[in-house]
Design a protein around this ligand. Structure first.
Ligand SMILES: Nc1c(N[C@@H]2O[C@H](COP(=O)(O)O)[C@@H](O)[C@H]2O)[nH]c(=O)[nH]c1=O
Length: 161
């Protein structure tokens, strides 16, 4: 059965990038994946002064509004790197927080879909035809963590022999 998620307060809300699960990346703390993702749009761009402002945003909604401002200039390679940027942050989130890692692992092999009514790239959009890249990242992170757990168990058994 496909699992749909979107808003933080709805079922599986911890899969949303707006969920209150902080991450450290390269020595810097970000209070949500959304803060980190929106700020990365401006790395090495002429509008990079916005980065600490996005980081300090009170809420992920505010961080998203700052990052989506159309008068600011995104880094030129953003379209090429954005999926990798997102995957790195989502992986860090689920490696950091054991409680939500368990929730992700208990979804087994179910399809995960960000049920955004407006986003046809990260989500499935209003008519479910969107590319669902966030759902795909979550499924690939789930698989990576499963493999990591497996290799930890195997090496623990090897060490005890
Ligand atoms: N969850 C969620 C959203 N979805 C998130 O928005 C981000 C895409 O931003 P952008 O690339 O700037 O369009 C990405 O993290 C996607 O998961 N958007 C919202 O306005 N509210 C929300 O609760």
């Amino acid at each position: 059965m496909t699992i749909y998620f979107y808003k933080v307060w709805q079922p599986y809300g911890c899969f949303s990038n707006f969920s209150p699960h902080g991450i450290h990346i390269q020595g810097t703390y970000w209070s949500t994946v959304e803060h980190y993702y929106q700020a990365q749009k401006f790395v090495d761009s002429i509008d990079s002064v916005i980065i600490p402002i996005i980081r300090a945003a009170e809420t992920p909604e505010e961080a998203a509004a700052l990052g989506r401002c159309s008068t600011r200039q995104c880094r030129p390679d953003w379209e090429i790197v954005k999926t990798q940027v997102m995957r790195q942050a989502v992986l860090k989130k689920f490696l950091t927080h054991a409680d939500i890692r368990e929730i992700l692992l208990t979804t087994g092999d179910e399809i995960l879909v960000e049920n955004s009514p407006t986003d046809y790239f990260w989500g499935c959009g209003a008519n479910k035809t969107g590319q669902n890249h966030l759902g795909k990242i979550l499924m690939s992170v789930r698989e990576e963590i499963r493999q990591l757990c497996l290799s930890t168990v195997i090496s623990a058994e090897f060490m005890s022999e």
